[in-house]
Ligand binder design. Structure first.
Ligand code: SF4
Length: 467
């Protein structure tokens, strides 16, 4: 490669703002409902939102109560070729409609029922479309699977970094070693084992990872959320994400009154566990009735936010971040390229440096100064709650939205407002549409899985032999 070609490549990789990314962000902002255009809104300012796959491997080998999959999901065969082809089409549509960069979940039933090769090929396909993929798993797999996923036949990394969300809660039945957990705490050794597999992978092969911990919350485990946070915050998860249960999916698995658990109750329990209040308005993803998040880090046993909602100077720093760096993409960018982008942004707007130094100084003071940092180190940990809606509300709300009609029933109108600000989209290449994940699970999954059952039937070998 000639010197000019190298310089052109370097210039492209470190360009702070990709004009296409900037224009999809502007469009996203313009399309958001007014009620979510708050000073902390991330959508349309720094991100287009999260994406997820559907209809690619709906089967799972644990049984959860509740489960948001439809009753036919477990009657669909896992098929790597189908997964790859469908993910390719879905990512192509997301790339076309939502631009060059986004976080996307490889989600269905259980992702590790895919062979390691098919799983790796699917992740690479998602990356090819500029998606930063996260594999959604129950975490009940072995380090052998993880190594075969991350490494090629010669034992060299084919994936240099992995993102996994491990879902652990006491309503998941059939986990090896603990088929019917009696409490959340009994699962802690399994949570630790999950994290340790990734630590070993990094130590042995240099493959980096980001791990999230997912957990369904119902009246039966709400009171254990605080202890979960206290017990597990230092295990190695970078995010704790809680999903209050909703009446969606297979109704044979609805065993409690989930309406008793809402955002506020779960958030209060997380705060108890973190030992501090968590301001979920500083950074907002869509509608606060759907998503709450607090970004920060632990120094020792104390959690601190990156930005304090109580400090007007931090809120000014947030506004400056959106103004100067909002359109700079951070997702899936190599560190060297990111540094290059930041340096070029600072050259263009030197005030960034002054604001960053002031913010960093405030942060260091807040956590107890440099000695505290040196003594305890820093562990970034974020808290998230995502509350799906009940299928009984989503179905009529979506039907009216398809006709362009606002609902007269206040509950259905609230559902429409949330769907219109949705943070979590799924792609339908056959229609060219994107739909909120709530609509996918409440309205479209049941029909889709009936079709998938015909396309990918599970063949009973004993029946075949008998015939
Ligand atoms: S999937 Fe549903 S609950 Fe989640 S952000 Fe979208 S509308 Fe809200």
């Amino acid at each position: 490669m000639g010197i000019m070609a190298v310089l052109r490549r370097l210039e492209r990789r470190t360009r702070p703002v990709d004009p296409e990314y900037a224009s999809v962000l502007q469009r996203r902002w313009a399309e958001l409902p007014e009620h979510v255009k708050t000073p902390g809104q991330f959508l349309g300012r720094h991100a287009v939102g999260c994406e997820g796959t559907h209809g690619v491997f709906p089967k799972c080998n644990l049984a959860c109560t509740p489960c948001y999959h439809s009753r036919d999901a477990n009657r669909v065969r896992i098929d790597g070729a189908h997964t790859l082809a469908e993910v390719d089409k879905q990512m192509a549509l997301l790339r076309r409609l939502r631009g060059p960069r986004a976080h996307a979940q490889l989600i269905g039933g259980e992702v590790t029922l895919l062979s390691p090769d098919d799983h790796a090929a699917t992740l690479l396909t998602m990356r090819r479309y500029g998606r930063e993929p996260m594999s959604m798993s129950h975490g009940d797999f072995d380090s052998d699977y993880l190594e075969r996923l991350a490494l090629d036949e010669q034992g060299r990394p084919r994936l240099r970094r992995l993102s996994f969300a491990g879902h652990f809660d006491m309503f998941m039945f059939g986990r090896r070693g603990i088929p019917r957990p009696g409490s959340e705490r009994e699962l802690n050794p399994y949570r630790q084992r999950f994290v340790d597999m990734f630590k070993d992978l990094r130590a042995k092969h240099g493959v980096r990872s980001f791990l999230a911990h997912n957990m369904t919350v119902t009246p039966a485990n709400l009171g254990q959320v605080a202890d979960l946070v206290r017990d597990c915050h230092a295990m190695g998860f970078g995010m704790f994400s809680f999903q209050p249960a909703a009446f969606v999916g297979d109704n044979r698995r609805w065993h409690e009154n989930y309406e008793q658990v809402g955002m506020d109750q779960v958030w209060r329990e997380i705060e108890k566990g973190a030992g501090t209040t968590l301001d979920y308005t500083v950074i907002q993803h869509g509608d606060l009735r759907c998503n709450r998040a607090a970004y920060g880090f632990y120094v020792g046993s104390r959690w601190h936010p990156f930005l304090s909602g109580d400090d007007p100077r931090d809120l000014d720093a947030r506004a400056a971040f959106f103004r100067y760096l909002g359109e700079v993409n951070f997702a899936g960018v190599e560190l060297a390229d990111l540094l290059g982008k930041l340096v070029r942004a600072v050259v263009r707007h030197p005030v960034i440096l002054k604001l960053a130094v002031q913010w960093l100084a405030r942060l260091v003071r807040r956590v107890g100064g440099v000695p505290a940092l040196l003594r305890h180190g820093v562990r970034p940990v974020s808290f998230v709650v995502h509350q799906f809606m009940d299928a009984a509300d989503v179905a009529p709300a979506w039907e009216l939205m398809q006709r362009g009609e606002p609902a007269s029933d206040p509950r259905i109108l609230a559902t429409q407002e949330r769907l219109a600000s949705c943070h979590y989209a799924m792609a339908h290449p056959e229609t060219g549409e994107l739909v909120p994940a709530c609509v996918q699970h409440s309205v479209l999954d049941p029909v889709e899985n009936v079709e998938l059952r015909k396309l990918l039937p599970i063949v009973n070998i004993a029946d075949v032999r008998a015939s």
